[in-house]
Design a protein around this ligand. Structure first.
Ligand code: NAP
Ligand code: GDD
Length: 342
């Protein structure tokens, strides 16, 4: 089996390609040209599988429709996982056009390419719980209404709907995975969970003195990314294409996450956390809680990693990373990181 993954260099791209390679898939991935090498998450997979030709990467971009179409025609994959996006909600308010182009032009280009080919290619769209808007404290499932609160979410709603349109109009096996927040040691460092666990690691090793966050009361249904990419695969192997929610069914506030993360190294979060308006958003998604019963009953999917285990896994990994950084900083081989703007 051949899979093409857009967003292979991201968090989910790493877990999904690892799992597909371990199942014997040939994995083809789209990478963006950047001035710095951006394959660090998947470098271990590249060195393990490159010689067998099991992993192959190509320069392209979701908004470069012709290169994307050419790639699909050349590779003729069995499955396409569209994971690429400008995925930071706060940044989407600053770069609304770029964020929206990526989320909308990308999937429609891929779906058109699939429609024009003789081969039956399955399509996975990375939909998001952010589409629900999270204004009310309710449990959300596949039937819940979308009330997007950001350019990011509005773009994802378009992609979700167009995926459904191609499924219903042309019989394409096109799936929407409506995933609630999922995190890991490979999470981008400007998302709140990783921002916290990175700070815990650095504070513990005396590389940082405090941590500034935005809204501490927001709550999210946080799961482990590796469990969720298994869910993506399960959706693609189901007999019929559909829309699926993946969630843990538990919600926790940013404050609770921080408290647990600092507690894990014997520190009190209140001694280190500051808040600033600069991390608040023009419009906030206050509360997200999902119900993944449909995925559980039909796909047999369930999250395996508890909230406690997730927090510990991320803190332990970032303690290790900060320890390695400390060695380099002490030898003047590295400059300590500045505070990120998101
Ligand atoms: P991520 O770590 O931010 O990765 C995003 C990926 O998209 C990266 O590989 C990035 O490449 C690539 N990308 C960005 N713009 C692109 C463009 N114009 N053309 C081609 N590639 C582009 O995101 P993630 O957490 O793995 O999430 C994967 C997908 O699921 C995203 O679509 C996200 O919106 C969605 N989602 C995520 C969550 C979550 O909680 N993680 C929940 C629901 C939905 P670079 O490495 O070069 O930046
Ligand atoms: N990033 C960030 N930085 N968020 C903060 C901070 C901070 O300093 N302080 C508080 N927060 C709050 C945000 O306001 C938000 O309510 C919550 O923490 C989670 O923010 P993020 O971790 O940035 O994630 P997100 O929920 O906005 O978006 C993620 O999950 C979506 C699924 O619901 C992303 O992965 C999206 O791509 C994904 O679709």
């Amino acid at each position: 089996m051949k899979a093409l993954i857009t967003g292979i260099t991201g968090q989910d791209g790493y877990y999904l390609s690892k799992q597909l390679l371990e199942k014997g898939y040939e994995v083809h991935g789209l990478v963006r040209r950047a001035s710095n090498i951006n394959t660090n998450r998947i470098d271990p997979l590249i060195s393990e599988f490159r010689d067998e030709g099991k992993i192959q990467l190509y320069y392209s971009d979701l908004i470069d429709s012709s290169s994307l179409t050419n790639l699909i025609n050349k590779i003729l994959p069995d499955e396409i996982y569209n994971l690429a996006a400008q995925s930071h909600v706060a940044v989407s308010f600053k770069n609304p056009m770029y964020s929206t182009f990526t989320s909308t032009v990308g999937p429609i280009t891929i779906l058109e390419s699939i429609r024009n080919l003789e081969k039956d290619i399955k399509f996975y769209q990375a939909s998001s719980s952010e589409m629900f808007g999270g204004a009310e404290k309710v449990v959300l499932n596949e039937e819940s209404l979308f009330e997007p609160k950001s350019p990011y979410a509005a773009g994802k709603v378009f992609a979700h709907n167009i995926t459904k349109v191609y499924r219903e109009s042309y019989g394409i096996f096109a799936v929407n995975g409506i995933l609630f927040n999922h995190e890991s040691p490979h999470r981008g460092e400007t998302f709140v969970t990783r921002k916290i666990t990175r700070a815990v690691g650095r504070i513990y090793h005396n590389l940082q003195t405090n941590l500034t966050l935005g809204n501490l009361d927001a709550s999210r249904d946080w799961g482990f990314a590796g469990d969720y990419t298994e869910g993506m695969y399960a959706m693609m192997q189901n007999e019929t294409a559909d829309d699926w929610v993946l969630a843990t069914g538990e919600t926790h506030s940013v404050k609770e996450f921080a408290e647990k993360a600092f507690n894990h190294v014997g520190l009190n979060w209140k001694d280190f956390i500051l808040t600033s308006e600069k991390y608040s958003r023009p419009n906030e998604v206050h509360h997200l809680l999902g119900d993944a019963s449909k995925a559980k009953n039909i796909l047999g999917w369930e999250p395996k990693t508890s909230f406690d285990k997730l927090v510990k896994k991320m803190v332990d990994s970032d303690l290790d990373l900060a320890n390695r950084e400390k060695v380099l900083i002490d030898k003047n081989l590295m400059t300590p990181t500045w505070e990120y703007a998101t």
